[in-house]
Design a protein around this ligand. Sequence first.
Ligand SMILES: Nc1nc2c(ncn2[C@@H]2O[C@H](COP(=O)(O)OP(=O)(O)O)[C@@H](O)[C@H]2O)c(=O)[nH]1
Ligand SMILES: [Mg+2]
Length: 196
Amino acid sequence: VRVTSEFVTSAAGAAGFPALGPPDIALVGRSNVGKSTLINALARRKLARTSAAPGKTRLANFYRLAAEGRPAFHLVDLPGYGYARGGEASRQAFDALAQEYFEARATTALAGVLLLVDSRHPGLKADVGARTWLGNLGVSCHVVATKVDKLTRAERQRHLSELERQYSSAVTPISAETGEGMDVLWKLIARLLTQR
Ligand SMILES: Nc1nc2c(ncn2[C@@H]2O[C@H](COP(=O)(O)OP(=O)(O)O)[C@@H](O)[C@H]2O)c(=O)[nH]1
Ligand SMILES: [Mg+2]
């Protein structure tokens, strides 16, 4: 299936968010978990900047994607959390921008939230905390386990069931490296867009 994609805008606050148009699918996760890489895997081209040096994004980046014959949606790359080197100040900056985002768009634009967690590290406090934080805002999310290509077969079983237990929900394993799980993710996105 062909996918069309474009960068829409970067926003440091609510004033910079795009006008209401196609519904939002928001990506949340720690810095370096693979958000930008996932955007590129969905777009099937280099649309978002990826980095081995985490913690640089202090903006919400909006992209517009559409699979052929399907309605368009915004993919929203929110700043990562839990990045130690940025210290308390950058963590708060994340919290403030993410909070502004969900307050502005949860009831107007949001079709779904994908919480990305690194499959190598199930149950990180920052991830579980993000899920709770979202829940307190009345926002539910779907857990997506990234980088499963880096797991051994034994780890794969253990970590995925550990994640499902921790989040009491199904977890979607993906690898942007091998393309595993991308079909499942497209179906999940289609379902979220239809349900809205
Ligand atoms: N092996 C592997 N590496 C990945 C995968 N997804 C992301 N990465 C790597 O993880 C690092 C951080 O990815 P990035 O997308 O920039 O993370 P972000 O900070 O969440 O946007 C980069 O070096 C990516 O190449 C994956 O599925 N498999
Ligand atoms: Mg990124």
